[in-house]
Design a protein. Structure first.
Length: 310
């Protein structure tokens, strides 16, 4: 268990140098964002997942080979795309196509208005290079759209945004900055999705701050989350997703702070309770996800979700 005084000690030592809020991450007033609960019925083709003997994930979670033992079925990772100037109806159809290829495919799915309903037709989209590397400006929409990480990969229920970074010239930008998983696995037996991020380029720079982003979780009905097991992770707020159950509030809307005239479709808001930093690698977060607010943190989750940064 993490020492409750650890965060204070880290702050005093100056280990956490948190960047200011990015201009395109806008804090909005809370609103009634209740969504209907939908039962998800899954079908699994015969022999799709190879059976292996394994102990409880809680027994193996802290082992160094945590990214190797899982009873898995590999989930394809779809490339990012340029969404600039597309209609919302085109985005919806694209999203449906990708959801149809996931373990959620038997659901009578349509993108939720709470998450996607504020997309504005034929507008620019914030690019992944602007988000992770070059920053705001008149050309912040040029290139692959950052939200396509999520739209094109629904099984990545919870992804990562990087909140502290050194501005770079475009020539120095690298796909490693984009925080796209290198592997996504699903275990039917463990009822767990495991997502692995390669962050080796950040090793030696452990003050970097990340944000958990639950856009896909919210859209697919897994609105509530609690991080029950951590390794080499410290959340930056004393009240955070590892101390209480929190609801994901992620959605896409037209923001005016990207620097492009007329604004950009981008993700929002920034939830401070989801910000964390890494103390060493590999770092891991195991989360319990629910479709309805649980009575307490010990309630069996609707699905487990494991993030590994290595």
């Amino acid at each position: 268990m993490i020492n409750p005084n650890l965060f204070d000690n880290i702050q005093k030592k100056g280990a956490l140098k948190l960047s200011s809020q990015k201009p395109w991450q806008e804090e909005l007033e809370d609103e009634d964002d209740t969504i209907d609960d939908v039962d998800i019925q899954l079908e699994y083709p015969e022999n799709e997942f190879k059976k292996e003997e394994s102990n409880s994930p809680f027994e193996k979670f802290n082992k160094e080979e945590a990214d190797e033992y899982w009873v898995t079925g590999s989930v394809p990772i779809n490339p990012m795309t340029d969404l600039n100037y597309k209609k919302r109806s085109e985005i919806y159809q694209l999203r449906k196509t990708y959801v149809e290829k996931t373990i959620f495919k038997n659901r009578n799915y349509t993108p939720t208005e709470e998450v996607f309903g504020q997309i504005v037709d034929k507008k620019p989209w914030l690019s992944i290079e602007a988000l992770t590397c070059t920053g705001r400006g008149a050309k912040a929409n040029i290139g692959l759209s950052e939200e396509s990480r999520y739209i094109n990969n629904p099984t990545m229920l919870v992804g990562l945004d990087r909140l502290s970074f050194d501005d770079k010239e475009k020539k120095d930008c690298s796909p490693v900055d984009y925080l796209i998983p290198i592997k996504i696995n699903y275990s039917k037996d463990e009822n767990t999705i495991k997502v692995i991020f390669e962050v080796s380029a950040y090793k030696g720079n452990l003050g970097h701050t990340y944000l958990l982003k639950g856009l896909n979780a919210r859209d697919l009905g897994f609105k509530f989350a609690y991080a029950d097991i951590l390794k080499n992770i410290v959340f930056t707020q004393k009240e955070n997703i590892s101390t209480n159950v929190y609801a994901f509030k992620d959605f896409i809307h037209l923001g005016n702070a990207c620097g492009v005239q007329g604004g950009c479709n981008n993700g929002s808001p920034l939830q401070n309770e989801l910000k964390f930093t890494t103390m060493a690698y590999p770092a891991t977060i195991h989360m319990k996800l629910w479709k309805k607010m649980p009575k307490n943190k010990d309630v069996k989750p609707d699905i487990n979700y494991l993030i590994i940064l290595r």
